[in-house]
Design a protein around this ligand. Structure first.
Ligand SMILES: Nc1ncnc2c1ncn2[C@@H]1O[C@H](COP(=O)(O)OP(=O)(O)O)[C@@H](O)[C@H]1O
Ligand SMILES: [Mg+2]
Ligand SMILES: [Zn+2]
Length: 459
């Protein structure tokens, strides 16, 4: 075998460069190129002479009975997976170190094992004792999970191929190595090769494979992104430092929707499911203060109320400060510009701080109107009317557009004791079915501003 040549692989995106460089040409990340031995030397050789087997073509109609999904009983997890774990599928669970991936997956494995499923937990990061300590702390020590500490994919494949399992957790994929490669564990080549072997085994043996992948900023070890196209499902586990709750988010799912989230709270006894997130996110709301609006949002199929807070202050500098937590800064710039241009406000020259309370991250344009309400409220120093939720998308002309699932949003608001809503008019002019919630229809942003008094229109 010819000596393998080296090449430089970006640990963030997997792009290959012949020479080292400070910045990856492909994704623009800095300091992510790491020298790795080339896997195969020479150009691909084509198919050669061997004969292929004839394929059996079938009709599009007809059914193949899928194996039933494995339901862990942790509803927040099962829902994000699309209704349980699909046998033979590979799921990547990415997240920052310390966010709670090991905790979550140990809980999933233990719950599933208690239902009689065969579950293995393979730790490449922590020693047996450490995992046992965690299991004891979580009250899971008695669950019939098969635990091993290993990093050699060859050993793992040899052990798993012989046993009858429904779920295998690999914690983490960045600690695993394939001994036919020269590269160090954690490099793109190793992470990919290890994942490929394990995924192939999962398909052959029909167990669900959960791969833990640390998200890294430094680029010294490969991030989960390089695996995203290889697995069936990609879940990210996220949360803000200093906040108790964690969100599991599906960003890719061959077997289910991708806009579902699961909400958990990190407690001493592990991750507790939060089945009513609105109550959690609104829990610390302090009555009626100016600059606060409750947004009736949707996360996947689930309505969720969150508080949006704004602070508007005269800017002492030439360039006003804009700080946004939990929302898109460009979207804020747009809403601010529309408020100034279409409603005569003067937000442009002021410092603006916007915060989605509790550390949740909102992506929906439906939050526009709630953000506008928080801003106008802050500027006029008048609170949003009590027990009112707000939602609606804002267009550049200042028009407020209908958003999806208006009934579900209003219903959730009613359920949590809200009695009023600022909402866009319905398409087709039908009245919203709002139950106990009195809807004030806002067709243009100016109507919202007028609700807060013309004072808001600072000259
Ligand atoms: N003894 C403990 N008591 C309470 N919480 C703990 C304890 N040890 C760890 N934790 C919590 O668990 C988190 C680590 O979770 P872990 O599952 O190891 O994360 P990851 O696998 O994503 O790196 C810590 O950030 C902390 O919040
Ligand atoms: Mg861990
Ligand atoms: Zn790159």
């Amino acid at each position: 075998m010819p000596r393998a040549q080296s090449r430089y692989v970006c640990q963030a995106c997997g792009a290959v460069a012949p020479k080292w460089a400070g910045k990856c040409e492909s994704c623009g990340e800095w300091n992510t190129l790491v020298e790795e031995a080339a896997v195969e030397a020479g150009p691909p050789k084509g198919l050669g002479r061997g004969r292929g087997k004839k394929l059996d073509f079938v009709a599009l109609s007809g059914t193949s009975a899928g194996a039933p999904r494995r339901v862990s009983g942790i509803a927040e997890f099962d829902r994000v997976c699309g209704g349980g774990l699909v046998p033979g599928s590979a799921i990547l669970v990415g997240g920052d170190p310390g966010i709670g991936k090991s905790t979550l997956l140990l809980q999933v494995a233990a719950r599933l094992a208690r239902t009689g499923a065969g579950c293995a937990y393979i730790s490449g990061e922590e020693a047996i004792d450490q995992v046992r300590l965690r299991a004891a702390r979580l009250g899971l020590a008695e669950a019939p999970v098969r635990l091993a500490a290993a990093t050699s994919v060859r050993d793992i494949v040899a052990s798993l191929d012989a046993s009858d399992l429904d779920l295998v957790v690999i914690d983490s994929i960045q600690t695993m190595y394939v001994d036919t490669l020269d590269s160090a564990p954690g490099t793109v080549s190793q992470v990919r090769a290890a994942a490929q072997e394990l995924i192939r085994l999962a398909k052959r043996r029909g167990f669900a494979l959960l791969l833990v992948g640390h998200v890294t900023k430094e680029g010294l070890i490969a991030g989960p992104r390089v695996l995203e196209h290889m697995v069936d499902t990609v879940l990210y586990f996220e949360g803000e430092r200093g906040h108790q709750f964690r969100i599991l988010r599906a960003v890719k799912n061959r077997f289910g929707p991708t806009d579902e989230i699961g909400v958990f709270e990190m407690t001493d006894a592990g991750l507790a499911e939060v089945s009513n997130p609105s109550a959690l996110f609104l829990g610390e709301r302090r009555g009626h203060v100016a600059g606060s609006a409750v947004f009736a949002g949707m996360e996947g199929t689930r309505p969720m109320l969150v508080e949006i807070q704004a602070l508007v202050a005269p800017s002492p500098y030439g360039t006003p400060r804009r700080a946004v937590v939990g929302w898109d800064g460009n979207r804020l710039a747009m809403v601010t510009a529309v408020l100034d241009a279409r409603c005569g406000l003067s937000l442009g020259g002021r410092d603006i701080y916007l915060n989605v309370a509790g550390g949740l991250r909102i992506a929906e344009p439906a939050a526009d109107l709630a953000v506008a309400a928080a801003l106008v409220s802050a500027l006029s120093d008048r609170p949003v009317p009590p027990e009112t939720v707000v939602f609606g998308e804002i267009g550049l002309a200042g028009e407020v557009r209908a958003v999806s699932q208006m009934d579900a949003r209003l219903k959730e608001a009613g359920k949590l004791g809200f009695t009023a809503a600022f909402a866009p008019p319905r398409r087709g002019g039908s009245k919203p079915r709002a139950g106990d919630v009195a809807v004030t229809e806002i067709a243009h942003l100016r109507q919202l501003v007028d609700l807060f008094e013309p004072e808001a229109r600072a000259a």
